[in-house]
Design a protein around this ligand. Sequence first.
Ligand code: GDP
Length: 457
Amino acid sequence: SHRLSQLAAISSAPATPKRQRRRDAATKELVNLVVVGHVDAGKSTLMGHILCKLNFVDQKTIHKYKQESSRQGKASFAFAWVLDETDEERNRGITMDIARTFFETKHRRIVLLDAPGHRDFIPNMITGASQADAALLVVNANIGEFESGFDKGGQTREHAMLLRSLGVSQLIVAVNQLDKVEWSQDRYKDVESQIKVFLERTAGFTNIKFVPCSGLSGENLIERPNESCDLRKWYNGPCLIELIDELQAPKRVVDGPLRAIINDIFKSTSTSLSVSVKVESGEIQVNDKLYIMPNADQALVKAVTNDDGGASDCVYAGDQALLTLFGAFEPDTIHPGHVLTSGGKDALMPGRRFMARIVVFDIPIPIMKGTKAELFCHSLCEPVTFVKLVSEISKNNGKVLKERPRCLARNKSGMVVIETERDVAIEPYTVCKPLGRITIRLNGQTIAAGIIESRTD
Ligand code: GDP
């Protein structure tokens, strides 16, 4: 058909020649961090406190929060309010002109994904997790509260499984609220060992760091405990910010094939498009001839604006950018979730059938052959059908437990073939992580999450 020959022409088109990266290599590496954990574990308080201590919130704002919260008899909420921005708070006239999702450590720039604190946390958490390079899991060490967050129904396990299934492998566990148990070392050890068994054996993490702290009183957040704190008697390891400072930034594959995800479309005419993109791999320069997948629309890059650096003529993997594209565009055919790629053998070819490795969530009805749901991948959302259940596999080592299972029930892992109704621009996780991390939802609930292993069409 016309479309197939069009795609064949793209893959045999010349690739864009590589250019020298001119960006200052001295800039701190950027790490996307998602903060997860059970409701009331203290996520907002802890992150709010860190932002305050590192001066990423101005003093006036903090003062306002403190006054406001003590007036309401909830002084301890002041730090959490740095992150919580609900309508209610806006109605009370608190202005939120603060950088609420960004801070710097000695060697890193940290972007906080989906600042926590909102009660409908799970959906936010999933969007955050699917973009995360690393995660901070906050657990409440207080007697009874750790247990309820960790038991069935608590979010601790679910969040951890989700992170793992999306390929987030760096994890810091903040054993929080230790001030409530008089900084008991026994309690710390107990919580640490319970959660460690689960994270290593069940969830399969291998790179976990534990840190005792109090998000409210601030011990061991940005400096090691001082003489006056009981924690000092038994702990002299790194504080939380030291661990955050050691997180590995993902390899920005500047030399890789071009993959730039369209997040937003600002202006669209039949001959030009104004789009914001996240460059996940490769680079884009003015005058590049690119293709927008899955529809294979040709586009000529007319202007490039780096999101933080103003006009520039080249942007690289890791950058957010605004692009002006020229071409012949049919109205309403290009959407967020579409992907810019270059011609040549590395071109991203759209497809409909993919083999995926997934973890099934705690859902009442098992996934069967024929189950219909919605596929989420980067900024894409498409109807999808499970067309084949290939195997049930072990969560720990990926070994096949059962070939061709009749269904995949709650908390099982498996290899499945999924099929979308239309072509989509996604691809194996090993080629480009952000284009290979998927979540699957049904009736507004996440039923599974995982990664694309291969194309099967
Ligand atoms: P989130 O739901 O995980 O974001 O939890 P919040 O940050 O909203 O905290 C829930 C409650 O626990 C609030 O009343 C906090 O003041 C309290 N809290 C949070 N961290 C600590 C802590 O380290 N020590 C103590 N004593 N209380 C804390």
